[in-house]
Design a protein around this ligand. Structure first.
Ligand code: HEM
Length: 185
């Protein structure tokens, strides 16, 4: 049976149609290169280094490795805080980033990750050698898993939604890559 005319209108997504939706260009950037993307490499790499140093201490018993882990965990944590500050500024200042739920999901994942990175460093401050087994190693494992999830999700923000990228779209905002591919929301 044909639908009455008033039910035949297409469903509309009010968020997608919001005028801020396509304003996704990074504001915390050097010559168009987002600072957050540059800084996140440090916590990602140093977190994996901490896990590696813990595993090498467990395997070889060399006291050099707990010192490496202490420094890698500490510098990784503080660089993570810097990266988080740049990311939070983007989140609050860029309308097309702020309006998307996915950005807030990334924020929550990242804040949980930063607390685990801080815990992993704090555990080692008193006695870096005794802290490694088992709790330091377990914290490094957890932090590495969470770094993978947060980093993967950050990549989705950039490559699927086009967040933090340069304006090119029809209304001077980047069209999300998922839209260009014709994906359904
Ligand atoms: C604490 C708050 C954080 C916020 C609000 C945040 C926000 C964002 C935003 C808005 C983007 C899109 C690109 C841009 O505009 O720069 C992004 C990308 C990304 N984020 Fe975060 N982020 C945070 C922390 C972190 C942390 C701790 C990591 C470490 C794993 C991380 C990993 C990434 C990665 C890998 C990308 C993709 C970068 C690229 O490929 O260009 N973020 N984040």
């Amino acid at each position: 049976m044909p639908q009455p005319k008033r039910f035949r209108r297409r469903l509309r997504d009010p968020i997608h149609e919001h005028r801020s939706f396509h304003r996704t260009e990074s504001k915390i950037a050097v010559a168009g290169h987002p600072i957050h993307a540059m800084l996140v490499t440090f916590p990602i790499a140093l977190c994996v280094c901490t896990l590696g140093a813990d595993a090498l201490y467990w395997w070889a018993g060399d006291l050099f490795w707990p010192r490496v882990a202490l420094w890698a965990a500490g510098v990784g944590f503080f660089m993570g805080l810097l990266a988080g500050a740049a990311g939070t500024a983007e989140l609050l200042l860029v309308p097309g980033i702020r309006i998307r739920a996915a950005s807030w999901t990334h924020f929550i994942l990242a804040v949980m990750l930063l607390s685990v990175l801080g815990l992993n460093w704090g555990l080692r401050l008193q006695d870096p050698v005794a802290a490694v087994l088992p709790f330091g190693f377990l914290a490094s494992l957890l932090a590495t898993g969470m770094t993978g999830m947060t980093g993967w999700h950050g990549g989705k923000l950039v490559f699927d939604y086009g967040l933090g990228t340069q304006a090119e779209g029809p209304d001077h905002g980047a069209a999300p890559a998922s839209e260009m591919r014709g994906d359904k929301n």
